[in-house]
Design a protein around this ligand. Structure first.
Ligand code: ADP
Ligand code: MG
Length: 237
């Protein structure tokens, strides 16, 4: 009797780039601190999703990444977990203020979801997360940012407003995530995204996630990422 493999249920994974770190099969292999492991368990995450298996070791190694996978594949944790590690690795004597991790998302709803996810993992470390998007009073947001934070989750337009008002500086920002890059472009945020990227030091780590890679997004990726690993996760059939 022959084994029948149902490819419709499997995910095709393509990875390209130089010296790509080996994927993990478990969260334990990532070397996360006990506080992070506890938060992962609390979330009910037993093992990493396909994109997380590939992306976690890449991002934890400090490399730039292009992650292409559709909604529901677990991209948020793939950038939030290494961001917590990245922040905890920063030397304490840094005198600068402002966020270390900056996440841009196309809509208020998406930014809010990421904000909630980031807070779950940041809490154990006292890492402060600020949400920066429309629908909230600009004055309240200004005050919150002035008080300081380590992570900002933002829609591009409102983040630009806050930067113009000097509510925050990007001097400390070294971890930049562009989530749902294709949708940000569809919504006309390309100029804002480019402006934000231009205000963050070039030696940052940059992560770009997108469900699709239209030519304009591909061009941006070539311009703002250095030596990225590219991970594509797609359903077969
Ligand atoms: P995406 O950004 O790719 O659309 P999300 O990050 O929003 O996906 O995750 C989709 C859902 O999967 C969320 O409800 C999230 O809590 C859940 N999830 C993420 N990672 C895991 C995991 N390793 N195990 C189980 N559920 C997970
Ligand atoms: Mg997402």
């Amino acid at each position: 009797e022959q084994d029948v493999i149902d490819y419709r249920k499997s995910l095709a994974i393509r990875v390209s780039g130089f010296d790509v770190p080996k994927p993990v099969k478990t969260f334990e292999e990532c070397g996360f601190a006990p506080q992070i492991m506890a938060a992962i368990k609390k979330q009910g995450y037993e093992k990493p999703t396909s994109i997380q298996c590939q992306a976690l070791p890449v991002v934890l190694s400090g490399r730039d990444i292009i992650g292409i996978a559709k909604t529901g594949s677990g991209k948020t944790a793939a950038f939030v977990l290494p961001m917590i590690v990245h922040i905890m690795d920063q030397p304490e004597l840094q005198k600068e203020e402002g966020p270390i991790g900056v996440i841009c998302a196309p809509t208020r709803e998406l930014a809010h979801q990421i904000y909630l996810e980031a807070k779950k993992f940041a809490k154990a470390y006292g890492i402060r997360v600020s949400a920066v998007y429309g629908g909230m009073s600009k004055l309240e947001q200004f005050k919150e940012l002035k008080a300081g934070c380590e992570i900002v989750v933002a829609t591009p337009g409102r983040l630009i407003d806050m930067l113009k008002m000097k509510a925050l500086t990007m001097l400390r920002a070294t971890y930049l995530v562009l989530d749902e890059a294709d949708r940000m472009f569809d919504l006309g945020f390309e100029p804002q995204v480019r402006s934000i990227v231009g205000q963050i030091r070039p030696d940052r780590q940059t992560l770009l996630f997108s469900a699709t890679m239209p030519r304009k997004v591909e061009k941006l990726a070539r311009e703002i990422l250095s030596d990225p690993v590219r991970v594509t996760v797609g359903e077969v059939g």
